[in-house]
Design a protein around this ligand. Sequence first.
Ligand code: GLC
Length: 545
Amino acid sequence: MTQRSVAPCAVPSPAPSAPPPSEWWRDAVIYEIYVRSFADGNGDGMGDLLGVRSRLRYLADLGVDAVWLTPFYPSPLHDGGYDVSSYRAVDPRLGTLDDARALVAEAHGLGMRVLIDIVPNHTSSEHPWFAQALRDEPGARERYVFRPGRGEDGAQPPNDWESSFGGPAWTRLPDGMWYLHLFAPEQPDLNWENPEVRAEFEDVMRFWLDIGVDGFRVDVAHGMVKAEGLPDAGFTGQLKLLGRAPLPFFDQDGVHEILRSWRRLLDSYPGERIGVAEVWPPSPARLANYVRPDELHQAFNFNYLAAEWGAGPLRQVVDASIAATDLVGAPTTWVLSNHDQVRHVTRYGGGRRGTRRARAAALLTLALPGSVYIYQGEELGLPEVLDLPDEVLQDPIFFRTAGADRGRDGSRVPIPWAGGESSFGFSPPGADPSWLPIPRDWGRQAVIPQLGDPRSFLNLYRNAVRLRRTHPALGRGTMRWLDSPPETLFFTREPGLLCTVNLGADPVVLESPGTLLLASSDMRSNGLQAVLEPDTAAWWSRTSP
Ligand code: GLC
């Protein structure tokens, strides 16, 4: 066994700067709840608001500052609720408006804020506006993007744009007109050039802000405005979520004016309500545009999620991310998983190795300056479910690619709460089967058994989130890299915290790293030296020189 020895070098400590009085979002830990898969309160096999309410205490104990709820609006569920048919209501399968009000009040009572999803790029094809557009009622098609086709009899789509879910981004109606849908045909794109669309969404936001929500996660925030004249994109391959190519339907400059008006709206409410942009822009600098001081507060940093497990790629993405948001004075966000991506235990190699890396990634991520998003089940170390049978799959990506891409359902499997019960405590006893089956061996990873095991994934997260809350060096602020051996990342947060991560294959000996606060795997230490095993991260407390 090779061991490399290194002494974390002394770093001059900058004078700690007093944090601004609030701006809670600058270092918040925000927990994503994929509502249909979190907890089933009414026994129909689908998670709901009652279920969320029953588990708020769990989230408060985990130590998160806020929750983000994915869409719970009425929806025909062609895209897991991102096809909204009514923006001021709750899907009856998921609860009532009173449940939403109670949820917000109860979360606030436990010291947590509540963000909800808003889906402004498209409605459901079952939204009353689209029904009117299908009937070609006066002005109704102006709310969407309707165009005549090209070629003889207009039989060719108006341009070459493709749907993110596979196939063309245009569908033709029996009367010959085409409408645009960057996602499924059941998700027609709205026309944001139309003032009526703008007014409607401002009103929808007021509706929810009046109920007391603390802000919005803005779905496809870079998609609302399309390039003038809808020019061809010149596609060479299927568009993917997380793609990087500049496109005539994403990241157009015009979206910023809309986001500025939303910022004014958010700021007109008391209590620091925030907007979080879901954007996949072509570069970190373009991402920073969405979080300029007069735009949204945060944007998801998917570059971090997409980085390979390795010291080089991670250091590069951390530096680029911080540099980009620093340009505009915004906090960086750190995201490892969400409901659209393969869970990171699996991305990092799966099995014991993926689990070990994901534990180390948790300590790396929670030590970085900025705000951290946790996707439900990440704190349990859940992997992607790769063997869901075809007949249970629901993601439009599976259908639109004729099964070539199995889609995102594997990251949306319901959460196991209790070890021995039939639905692992996801549903009450005697309930219908869960909408996606929970793997039989997930009992061990359920919440209750993990709570009782001090070395569990869940307790690692609980300890780390708690320490992050109480340690003065963690959260907002700056970081400083230290020299370290290849395939390791060492950095300090001041005052007095050292984070060491070994991403390589060999153990690394640390000389006098300080007092161990938390480690992702077992740590051998004799007070003077410690051995950092492969795929392990540790936090150390040090007296600053
Ligand atoms: C966002 C959502 C994703 C959805 C898409 C279309 O990317 O996260 O789940 O399918 O928007 O609304």
